[in-house]
Design a protein. Sequence first.
Length: 572
Amino acid sequence: MPNFDKSKLPSRHVTEGAARAPHRSYYYAMGLTEEEIHRPFVGVASCWNEAAPCNIALMRQAQAAKKGVKEAGGTPREFCTITVTDGIAMGHEGMKSSLVSREVIADSVELTMRGHCYDALVGIAGCDKSLPGLMMAMLRLNVPSVFLYGGSIMPGRVKGKDVTVVDIFEGVGQFASGKMPACDLNELERHACPGAGACGGQFTANTMACVAEAIGLALPYSSGPPAEVLARDDFALKAGQAVMSLIAKRIRPRDIATRAAFENAAAVVAATGGSTNAALHLPAMANEAGIEFDLFDVAAIFKRTPYLASLKPGGDYVAKDMWEAGGVPMLMRTLLDGEYIDGSCLTVTGRTVAENLRDVKFNPNQKVMRDVENALAPTGGLTALKGNLAPDGAIVKIAGLKHLKHRGPARVFDCEEDCFVAVQRHDYKGGDVLVIRYEGPKGGPGMREMLSTTAALSGQGAGETIALITDGRFSGGTRGLCVGHVGPEAADGGPIGLLKDGDMIVIDAAAGAIAVELSDAELAERKAAWKPKPPAFGSGALYRYSKNVGPARTGAVTAPGAANEVRCYADI
């Protein structure tokens, strides 16, 4: 067991010297021994709550992580932070809290770590925004850290087929259009989610779990086992042990999450046809590391990376299937062999990506992943768009999508609810472009996801006949020609806020273009006449967020990152 020098660790401020006797008395009150008090303190942060199945297995895993910390010579200090679970928040005003929760998670972990002078961090997360939130905190604090995903849910089985929660959202649209009887919808809702874990497809949670491995902040294979598989507890134990090794080796998150590591992460998102939300969270994480890496930087990686993994919603398989087929390491092996990722990047194992993958071989006897020579498509599952309707960019998920080009008249809605009502009534025509605006980071506030609306459209069979654009976001479960993150957002007077019903919009996902067929003079005239909408909130967390949040292009962050820090917490 290493002999740790507390004189160089933050916890010395609360455990060492006669002046800290009052502080030590608190630790004795909690049953710690003198030896434990003078060991490194490791924060074990989980996003456990009873809001949804995504989070209910996290406290169990935290106990295993604490055991690993103790075995390796540290003193674990467990705490929880919040989670807003998108599946529950979806389709109503609650979704305004979702993206905001990412910042609150990062801030609350930072404050807990700072306030108690913890030396290292193991972060355990289950639902969409909690994964980047914890990784943002790790990069912000820059103490030795290991990330652990809580695991995905097992697929449900209905009528002999694997199903996920997205099938239920789409079932709502099928029911509304008379394509599904109430009894079948009831059977779906009862059986699609059989237990603990995050949504099973390559939606945002599993996308960001893959990011954690690819960027090097999580142990290899750790994103794979479902939440209820006991192998996950073994990874939690190893995470606790690994963080102590990182303290001994003085390896910090910013040593790991370099520019090249962010490019590796973006490549894995592209290769798995991951969530468009990755193009929001990767820039936000990069901001915390002091790295400029915006939507267009992410998109450049997407454009050059082949699409290799057939995962829902654009493909056929779920997270459990990918784990059983070989997991993220096997995908990274074929990307490394094809020179699509950088093998020299450091990881939490203390070894490089290439060293971690040395003994990994691609298994051709599985159907989930392809090698680069037999890619599902030559470019990644996501692409960025730009044009006079989105000067600051937009993003669309094209994995499994045939409908890549569209020209049609705008149907403009100033909030998601109004559009959803129109969809429920079938109040749209083939060829329309549904526009949902004032749902951006500032205008929403909170940049809501639109899964209820997009899933209803898919359920009605309209996915190949209409398009949808928004300055808000889409769930990782969204499919169809759905363009999100349109910037500048309507609340900032962006072109999406100037649209009128009937304006002709042209989308070419293959060419990366989006435009409205209006002259520069017409757009300028409309901009001069534009007036901002009154704020939706005048107090509370959502008001404060709307006043501080930046554009989607740079991650919708609320504060400068490491490039502006005066002193790193790890060096106090």
